[in-house]
Design a protein around this ligand. Sequence first.
Ligand code: PMP
Length: 288
Amino acid sequence: MSRIAYVNGLYVPFESAAVHVEDRGYQFADGVYEVIAVHKGRMVDADPHFDRLWRSLAELSIDPAMSREALAHVLLETLRRNRLREGILYLQMTRGVAKRDHGFPKEPRTALVITARRGGRPSPKGMEDGVEVLMVPDIRWDRCNIKSVSLLPNVLAKQAAREGGAFEAWQVDKDGFVTEGSSTNAWIVDGDGNLVTRQLESAILSGIIRLVLQDLAASAGIKVIERAFTADEARDASEAFLTSTTSFVLPVVRIDGEPIGDGLPGPVTKKLRELYDGHFEGRGRNSP
Ligand code: PMP
């Protein structure tokens, strides 16, 4: 069966799905996006994803293309047309097509593109072996809380990680504190078994798995401390891990080639992954 994409009101074959050359997403990265996991034909944690999308749009004064209900309908219809039960939905909203000029167009018409992809569940090998991260300078702007399609620094960070044989890059701010990964949130476990992850502010994206895991940890009696940690603290941590919609909870066992602890996934990370797997099986919260 051929894949189908949604482009501005039409369901079209994936091969010929295209946007206009003067779409402001293409010209200026003037848009936002979301990546939502699909399990058993339903979206996982749709509500917090929608909340974040609406926040990102509001930050950039982009009109939502439609209501939340209508968007949920279009996303589910894209799944249906692709006969997709396990995978990933990608959606992007931009300030639409207009003659190239930096300022906002007078009457912008938000453009919406949706694609669906099979698979998307992290491989068990990552969980068994853990992954390596490289530390790189954070060269991004001051509004990383917006899920903008302007991802060039993230692209360069991920590429640096790949070229260094690592899975992910952890970005470090000018004061030596880790902000987050190129497409993941960063966590460590301190000497008392508490989880430490950077506080929500404009230096990081509010990851949905980060959000969900805070609740899951609390219900399991594991304390979460929201504060910045340094790259050195991460190297000396008893455990480290990263989170994202596509990675779930993934143990980080090496930083810049040096093992963390004994270099194996730790018990706290394993426990959190189990908790998240359970949450995912139940398809998260309030999902259409
Ligand atoms: N930080 C960044 C920069 C990201 O791109 C992502 C993935 N979109 C995350 C964190 C993790 O977010 P989520 O848990 O919602 O996938």
